[in-house]
Design a protein around this ligand. Structure first.
Ligand SMILES: Cc1cc2nc3c(=O)[nH]c(=O)nc-3n(C[C@H](O)[C@H](O)[C@H](O)COP(=O)(O)OP(=O)(O)OC[C@H]3O[C@@H](n4cnc5c(N)ncnc54)[C@H](O)[C@@H]3O)c2cc1C
Length: 478
């Protein structure tokens, strides 16, 4: 096993030599369909001359080039707006967050990147399956059983490759991309954002001005930190320890690309996500005190938990370990507000939610789209961008986050049993499915009312012994 990564749990921006980089993805870059932006160079942090550094003519500055930032920049550029995106790293760079929700399809369609995804070699994800602590596997929950649309199949993506493609795509649509530029601060004048101050790769300082600044810095949460807006979720406070294998076991046929969630006894869960190039992403999520109970060595903790989880042990057994073992804190949080005058927060820069249902990239993409449309509409009306510009954006993103959070809380609730819940409320199964695939524009209130009623009933009937991690858990998933 290679060396463990014991950096701060808050950091997962660790380089990895072992994970295939985009040039090594199956078929090679030349065999892939040409991205609309494929030929477009993404500039690598040129030193801005004095004129560029002071150029006030950008409509928008987007800070961060992950899925949220790249989407915001691409949509604004599609609207004909002049956009500057500043990214600290040089892509491709490592990132966690590899399993998509089916409803990401609609943003991909709008951005024109579906062909790239289809030709990328990324495994198709048709389903999610759950495994109980005794190794019993649920009937896979196939999205096509409830969605009659192409989006019923989504992808398991290598983020270094995917994120680089998204940035190229934004550049192809006209956004100016500068990599190796670390934004240090957002310039505020009378509480209105007017630009950013950044450090270039060579250490020089540069300043750019624009009519709006979009914070898409992910879990670095540039503005939420600066403004003291970050609020931790006291109920969702986990640690993830994760790594990669090649040659590990894949389930046959349609299930080869499934996400598997395997419970560990009453303490958390493993993810098992098949990626391109016969690589598997595998990680364990649980509370700090449980994971660190007898050692602080992430590699030892990962090995211990993998050995104790039958399904994971059996699937990893033929594989070879690749890459460092990484650690990251999974504290869920949300900023006190999603926007202010002249700025907004998108993706993880606004909120991060426990990733058990793979909602993060979906929220980043959808949020990027909504924020960009709101900015464009304000400009079209001839208005300055104010906090109110983002009222609809904030409402929709909050509703999505609140909805996903309710189901995440149910997942961790020892008294909750998905199978029993659907048995008690069969009419609500389609609503539950809507939530799990990302169809959060539906009215999900009936589902939430039933979840609350079910919880009250199980608590008052003392049914807390219905631990979904015991054998019958194999029937649990909806
Ligand atoms: C353990 C774990 C597992 C996860 N699994 C999944 C999953 O399976 N599916 C899923 O959908 N989501 C998952 N997520 C969540 C997912 O990773 C995020 O929700 C998603 O990456 C958010 O995208 P973003 O664009 O907001 O932020 P990011 O992807 O983090 O991008 C932010 C970018 O901003 C740049 N940046 C930061 N600070 C600065 C600065 N000061 N100046 C310039 N640039 C800066 C960074 O370099 C980075 O490229 C997981 C998260 C964790 C922690």
């Amino acid at each position: 096993m290679s060396t463990s990564d014991t950096r701060s749990p808050e950091s997962d921006a660790v380089p990895t030599a072992q994970i295939p980089d985009p040039e090594n993805v199956a078929g090679g870059p030349d065999s892939r369909p040409t991205n609309p932006a494929g030929a477009c160079a993404v500039s690598a942090a040129p030193t801005p001359d004095a004129a560029a550094a002071l150029d006030p003519s950008y409509d928008a500055i987007v800070v961060g080039g992950g899925p949220a930032g790249a989407t915001t920049a691409a949509v604004l550029a599609q609207h004909g707006r002049r956009v500057l995106l500043l990214e600290r790293e040089r892509f491709p760079r490592y990132h966690i967050g590899e399993s998509l929700m089916p409803y990401t399809w609609f943003t991909f369609e709008r951005l024109g990147v579906l062909d790239w995804l289809k030709g990328s070699g990324s495994p198709l994800k048709h389903s999610v399956q759950f495994v109980s602590t005794n190794g019993k596997v649920s009937q896979p929950f196939y999205f096509f059983q409830t969605i009659e649309h192409e989006c019923a199949s989504t992808w398991q993506i290598l983020r270094s490759d995917f994120d680089a493609m998204m940035l190229r795509n934004a550049a192809g649509k006209g956004a100016e991309i500068r990599q190796g530029v670390t934004v240090r601060d957002v310039l505020l004048e009378n509480d209105r954002a007017v630009g950013v101050r950044a450090t270039l790769a060579g250490g020089e300082t540069a300043t750019w001005r624009a009519r709006v600044v979009v914070d898409a810095t992910g879990r670095d949460t540039l503005l939420a930190n600066r403004l003291g807006w970050k609020r931790r979720d006291p109920d969702l406070n986990k640690i993830a320890i994760f790594t990669y294998f090649t040659g590990a076991r894949r389930d046959p046929g349609l299930d080869a690309g499934a996400t598997t969630v395997a419970y560990i006894a009453d303490k958390g869960w493993f993810w098992y996500i098949p990626l391109v190039d016969d690589t598997v992403s595998v990680g364990v999520v649980a509370e700090h005190d449980y994971l660190y109970r007898d050692t602080r060595d992430p590699e030892a903790i990962f090995r211990r938990e993998a050995a104790e989880c039958q399904w994971i042990r059996e699937h990893l057994e033929p594989g070879a370990h690749r890459g460092p073992v990484r650690v990251t804190g999974e504290f869920s949080y949300r900023a006190a507000a999603a926007a202010g005058d002249g700025f907004c927060l998108v993706g993880d820069a606004y909120a991060f939610l426990d990733p058990v249902f793979s909602s993060g990239v979906f929220v980043a993409l959808k949020g990027g789209e909504l924020a960009a449309d709101a900015i464009h509409a304000a400009f079209d009306r001839g208005e300055d961008v104010t906090a109110a510009t983002f009222d609809d954006y904030a409402r929709d993103v909050r509703y999505a986050l609140d909805s996903f959070r309710r189901i995440v809380i149910a997942f961790y609730d020892q008294t909750f049993n998905f199978g029993e819940f659907i048995g008690a409320y069969p009419d609500l199964q389609p609503r539950l499915v809507d939530l799990l695939v990302g169809n959060v524009s539906r009215d999900l209130e009936p589902l939430f009312e039933a979840l609350a009623e079910y919880s009250r009933r199980t608590v008052s009937s003392g049914a807390a012994t219905t631990c979904r991690r015991e054998p019958h858990a194999a029937q649990d998933p909806p």
